[in-house]
Design a protein around this ligand. Sequence first.
Ligand SMILES: O=C(O)CCC(=O)C(=O)O
Ligand SMILES: [Fe+2]
Length: 324
Amino acid sequence: MTVVDCTQYAGELRELSARLPQIPRADLYAFLDSAGTAATALPGPLASALDTFNAEGSQDGHLLLRGLPVEDDAALPPTPSSTPAPADRPLLTMEGMLGLVGRRLGLHTGYQELRSATVYHDVYPSPNAHHLSSETSETLLEFHTEMAYHLLQPNYVMLACSRADHEHRAATLVASVRKALPLLTAEVRERLFDRKMPCCVDVAFRGGDPDPGAIARVKPLYGDPRDPFLGYDRELLSPKDPDDVEAVAALSKALDEVTEAVYLTPGDLLIVDNFRTTHARTPFTPRWDGHDRWLHRVYIRTERGEQLSGGERAGDVVAFTPRA
Ligand SMILES: O=C(O)CCC(=O)C(=O)O
Ligand SMILES: [Fe+2]
């Protein structure tokens, strides 16, 4: 795991965050523009770590910023129990960090069908969550490349932590294709590379049909054959051909073998390279006491993988087209 210790920059980062509009949802475009300006003034070593990760990726496919400024637990509002956040909710420090870091990397993107088309998502446990939802808690949220079936799939998923779960059991798991690839035989790689496989989509993208089936086609491996991108979803990817089923099983096993666990704690910001990894979350037990686990999530698009065609702004909301 690659960790950037940001403790020494906390003061500077607090100041940058204080320069941003303090009611971000009042005018999110303006907020993200302002974050874009502030992101040019990030502390040097942090800025270079982000720029290098953005340009080259990394072996383990994620970057953990630790020791960022964050409110004391007592100063935070209660962990939300509904979504989206009220438009007048004041900026939380970790949301400020997601603004700064995200704008250093690319463009924050909302997804029309998801979370009322908002850009900033609260991730918190919810009773009776659908088993594929980030609102699950007592069950394992299985490996998924975020929206692997979406033509405008985000390049990064960023998760910033305001509250951990009480027992510190919830781990965010990340498995990197750069680590898994050497564990695959040449035959398996060849079978998975550039081969479109049927893939279901998350509930939000089903257009009200409870089970539209595999309406997308996803390639498990694609891009540069020596350093491929990964599209892997344990629940949604639905290969039918027996050779495909077998190859995906081999990939699945390799991903399990290289899995790394990140226990997010307040002041952590995890950047997940969503083109080279799949991620998951282990079970934990909520107490429903207003202090349950609380993350903030944004999606970032960059030039890589043709996710942008020119003229986009940070804060744009995009509509669903399945990969086909
Ligand atoms: O709760 C987590 O650690 C990750 C949940 C997740 O997969 C997501 O929010 O995209
Ligand atoms: Fe996710």
